[in-house]
Design a protein around this ligand. Structure first.
Ligand SMILES: [Zn+2]
Length: 147
């Protein structure tokens, strides 16, 4: 069973591994930060956000100072797809920005049809919120809608 975590990253719940959604390259242990298994390109922020003002004339140019800002790009080692971009402090480890409860995912997705890119299968976002039920009869959940 595959769980789609982001646009470019999924988890194989049977093997408990991160995978690239483009080429199925196995990245590594799903209980760790997937960024650890990617190719990381540390960019100079001034290459991406060029100065809007002449740096010879002005101290502040609307371009990030590389002494206080770094940009990390994360690429799949299998196909080169950019999986994420992170603005951070120079020298800081890549942010562990989401950690999924693998055991809970396995339990909740047991018996559900796999989701395909064609949109078939189960909408896991609904199933994982516990809202996968019909609305006949006595449903008293608002599902985020104001009454
Ligand atoms: Zn890939």
């Amino acid at each position: 069973m595959k769980y789609i975590a982001t646009e470019y990253v999924q988890i194989d719940l049977d093997k408990e591994t991160w995978e690239c959604r483009v080429c199925d390259h196995e990245l590594g242990n799903a209980r760790e930060n997937y960024k650890k298994f990617t190719k990381i390109y540390k960019r100079n922020p001034q290459e991406i956000h060029r100065p809007k003002l002449d740096p010879e004339k002005y101290e502040l140019t609307f371009s990030p100072d590389p002494k206080v800002c770094a940009i990390y790009e994360f690429y799949c080692p299998g196909c080169g797809t950019m999986m994420d971009v992170e603005y951070t402090v120079p020298g800081h480890m890549p942010l562990h920005d989401f950690e999924l409860d693998i055991d809970s995912l396995k339990e909740k997705m047991q018996g559900l049809a796999p989701v395909t890119d064609a949109g078939e299968g189960v909408d896991t976002t609904i199933a994982l919120r516990g809202g996968a039920h019909d609305h006949g009869g006595s449903c008293d959940q608002s599902h985020g809608k104001e009454k």
